[in-house]
Design a protein around this ligand. Sequence first.
Ligand SMILES: Nc1ncnc2c1ncn2[C@@H]1O[C@H](COP(=O)(O)OP(=O)(O)OP(=O)(O)O)[C@@H](O)[C@H]1O
Ligand SMILES: [Mg+2]
Length: 261
Amino acid sequence: MINVLDLQKVYGPLKVLDGVTLECERGKVTAILGESGGGKSTFLKILIGAVEPDAGDIWIDGKNIRTLNEQGLDAVRQQIGMLFQHAALFHSMTVGENVALPILENTTLDDNIVEIIVKMKLEQVGLSDFEEFMPGQLSGGMQKRVGLARAIALDPKIVLYDEPSGGLDPISAAVIDKLIVDLNRVLGITSVVVTHDIRSAMKIAHKVVLLHQGRVLIEGTPDDLATAEDPLVRQFLNGDPDGPIQLRKSREEYERSLLGN
Ligand SMILES: Nc1ncnc2c1ncn2[C@@H]1O[C@H](COP(=O)(O)OP(=O)(O)OP(=O)(O)O)[C@@H](O)[C@H]1O
Ligand SMILES: [Mg+2]
């Protein structure tokens, strides 16, 4: 369903994606893990055509999105819902208006039909009583769920989730996890979940992909990863500060950078 081939993206001197090749199967949940700043959000933005890669190909439902014109790209985008890392709701609009937005922008449905769809989507994320609320009146977890209702407003075949449970308490995070799993099971939505939450990824994903230094370090079922012996993989999954992945510069490097030579 989503096939990514040798994807590359640089920002100035920074190689963010350095040849990512992966497949996200139709109707399955694929979780993408990786260091902060490792290019996960960039990857999702490339999938929706919001960021242009420097090289590589992306096939979505058999179409190479890099060869599509704006019209073709729009048609593909309509089949993809995205939950942004920071919910990205419009704070001057009600919850209901936020969810209605993509429907109004992409269809010519009557207002009363739109209203019904909005109610259904809010019901699906457990927020049916909150249509008239402003986003600022909701908790972070509830805002994420509004973002999710908006992401599924057009009945997408694919939903991309950027840190769906980031910054949430364990119970709110579990609620989001359950929603992702339910949407996948009930509606057969192909799901790509970028997350820091390793436990959640292992629980909800059919396939887990670990990105490291702009490449796929390992991919496999949660069981494959749990039993992997690669020390890099072990360090990442165990969240060890010490190991092959060095987050902080060495003392000498730090001194050199402070002193400027
Ligand atoms: N528009 C941009 N211009 C310049 N640099 C960018 C831009 N977008 C992202 N970057 C850089 O690319 C790198 C990857 O960013 P990205 O947001 O994809 O990381 P991430 O894996 O999603 O991180 P996190 O887990 O913290 O959300 C970062 O170093 C970031 O500063
Ligand atoms: Mg990110």
